[in-house]
Design a protein around this ligand. Structure first.
Ligand code: ADE
Length: 224
């Protein structure tokens, strides 16, 4: 898989991708990730990438010309162009799984008040938001989506089961609480059931706890 990130802040987009599993996935050749500075496609003395809103309004918008030039240069036949924006559909694990099957993704990172709408009409296949809050720029969101997608590439996770067991594999249930050693810490004990060796009972307990935790933390998931 190849991922190109188009942003005014390439270093922000790349920073988390140089560590840990993301670094190993890149070194193993599972994914090639490159962040590009949108200014490289801007023309004129000042290499301007933004401008005032037509019709008035607060803030600045990314201009269409550098974005069209960049995407026309970077895209291939099977490219999905994804705009990171708080106006997008909310990114979920199912979408991460879907995107992990693509050959080439271009993440276009919004900034200021967003991008000229002609970019969305002509170039963008999908608008994604990483949650109902506003970040200063989409580069952080692109790093988040990249991380979630790359870890699902076959061979990226050391233990393939951890991707299956974890929260959101059943998208409507959170994972049960988990414990490690020591068995007793500051008077706090690991639940006896987990030490019983009784696998069927343990699975039953995990299923119960999963529902309890979902009710407490994410009741919205149970309504879906
Ligand atoms: N850019 C700013 N806020 C964002 C968000 N919540 N998701 C994706 N891109 C963004």
């Amino acid at each position: 898989m190849r991922i190109d990130i188009l942003t005014l802040f390439p270093e922000i987009a790349m920073a988390p991708l140089g560590e840990s599993m993301m670094k190993r996935a890149r070194e193993a050749g599972l994914v090639e990730v490159q962040a590009h500075d949108l200014r490289d496609w801007a023309t004129g003395k000042h290499r301007k990438t933004d401008d005032y809103l037509c019709g008035g309004g607060q803030g600045m918008l990314l201009k269409p010309e550098p974005i069209f030039a960049a995407i026309e240069e970077l895209r291939k036949e099977e490219t999905q162009v994804i705009l990171l924006t708080p106006q997008g559909q909310v990114f979920k694990q199912a979408k991460a799984l879907e995107l992990s099957g693509e050959k080439h993704l271009i993440f276009l990172c919004g900034h200021y008040e967003g991008v000229d709408h002609r970019v969305i009409e002509e170039l963008v296949d999908l608008e994604l938001s990483i949650g109902d809050y506003v970040l200063t720029n989409g580069a952080i969101a692109a790093a988040v989506v990249t991380d979630a997608v790359v870890r699902l590439l076959p061979g990226a996770l050391g233990d393939a089961r951890s991707a299956v067991d974890e929260s959101f594999s059943d998208p409507n249930l959170l994972e049960a609480p988990a414990y490690t050693k020591p068995i007793e810490f500051r008077g706090l004990k690991v639940p006896d059931i987990l030490l019983s060796g009784h696998h069927a009972k343990i699975e039953e307990w995990k299923a119960e706890m999963s529902i309890k935790r979902t009710k407490e933390n994410r009741p919205d998931l149970l309504e879906e």
